[in-house]
Design a binder for this molecule. Structure first.
Ligand code: J5X
Ligand code: AKG
Ligand code: FE2
Length: 346
């Protein structure tokens, strides 16, 4: 069997209490376990003016490549329209995600992620790094979603599997297209990108649900993090909540636009680009009126690929030491926010 991300996470087990989400359907007040302290940066009002919005890029624009390069340098993220993914494919995945999260807690717990597992239902993997719990539940897919779906719907799983597999296939094509463009911007040589477009990449899908919250201002949907991926393609339902931290501007909202996907660069691209491209720190806030859903597709090189800044000329000074994707996942599993500085050479 091919090595998948599941193998990389096997060596970093979690405790069950770090995996089981709250049964949000029975909660009317915010428990202390889910009440987060207020920080000063939360007071900044950043929901103003076009100057502090992440760029929207049309993939059909003749200048798309250049615009993507600028967005990755400045923000580590952009919104993408005319991305070529049929609307129905995205809508169907959102319907399936809603169908899954609407189930009673005991049904969802049938597919609970195991202590050593990467796939299934549970809290965000980054949970143990934070003192409070998030107002969130997730479902992670690595490889086929069918084994976990069967546990939840013994007879009725094929629909879920089919929609997720189709989405994964379509996202892979888009991720490859974006990776080719990005590597071109970075001036990467052909032999260094042989894995792109093969079956040797790593990928995962994360379905996220943020239930309505009785006290949204004291809760946290998804705590601040960067993605471990090369790049992440995100579909968000028509409910705001996602924010990106921008130096000097604080937390900037990424409001949903119809037919638009959010693309953000992850740690691996940050390393490969020798810090030229940012990896955007992002988080999700919740609200009391509407449940929020999102679907993230994570695209990365194969687990044994050695991540090392691309050498561009003789005077090049790499800012990170080389290590495999698998080893980087290991470093990050132990030190969430410190992983990049731990492999820094400066
Ligand atoms: C392939 C991946 C990428 C993972 C881990 C594994 C499966 C689930 C992904 C997420 C999804 C939610 C945020 C995050 C930070 C988390 O807690 O789980 C992500 C993490 C990462 O980007 O590191
Ligand atoms: O729900 C969102 O908008 C973001 C989800 C996210 O950051 C993730 O799954 O890594
Ligand atoms: Fe993320």
């Amino acid at each position: 069997m091919a090595t998948t991300l599941s193998e990389a996470y096997r060596d970093h087990p979690l405790h069950l209490h770090q995996i089981i989400p709250l049964d949000f359907s029975s909660i009317r007040t915010l428990p202390d376990s889910h009440a987060w302290p207020h920080t000063e940066e939360d007071d900044d009002d950043n929901d103003h003016g076009a100057g502090s919005c992440i760029p929207i890029i049309d993939l059909m624009d003749p200048n798309a490549m250049e615009l993507i390069g600028l967005a990755c340098e400045k923000w580590g993220a952009f919104q993408l329209k005319n991305h070529g993914i049929p609307l129905t494919v995205i809508e169907e995945v959102e319907i399936e995600a809603k169908r899954l999260f609407a189930l009673p807690a005991d049904r969802k717990l049938k597919a609970l992620r195991s202590a050593v597992g990467a796939t299934g239902y549970g809290r965000a993997r980054i949970s143990p790094f934070f003192p409070k719990h998030m107002w969130h539940e997730g479902f992670t897919i690595v490889g086929s979603p069918c084994d976990d779906a069967k546990k939840i719907w013994p007879n009725d799983h094929p629909r879920f599997c089919e929609k997720m597999e189709n989405y994964q296939k379509q996202m892979k094509v888009l991720a490859e297209k974006l990776t080719h463009m990005i590597f071109k911007i970075l001036g990467i040589k052909e032999e260094e990108k042989k894995w792109v477009g093969s079956t040797k990449h790593s990928e995962a899908i994360q379905l996220n649900s943020y239930p309505c919250c009785p006290e949204p201002n004291r809760a946290m949907g998804l705590a601040p993090h960067t993605d471990t991926s090369l790049l992440t393609i995100l579909h968000q339902s028509q409910t705001s909540g996602l924010q990106i931290l921008k130096e000097g501007a604080g937390w900037v909202p990424v409001h949903p636009h119809p037919n638009t996907l959010v693309v953000n660069t992850g740690d691996i691209l940050h390393i490969l680009s020798n810090s030229r491209f940012r990896c955007a720190l992002h988080r999700v806030m919740v609200n009391s009126a509407r449940q929020r859903y999102s679907v993230a597709y994570f695209y990365s090189p194969p687990l044994d690929y050695v991540v090392s800044p691309f050498v561009l000329d003789d005077s090049f000074l790499p800012r990170f030491r080389p290590l495999s994707v698998k080893d980087y996942i290991g470093v990050k599993a132990k030190n969430l926010r410190g992983a990049l500085s731990l492999i820094s050479t400066i």
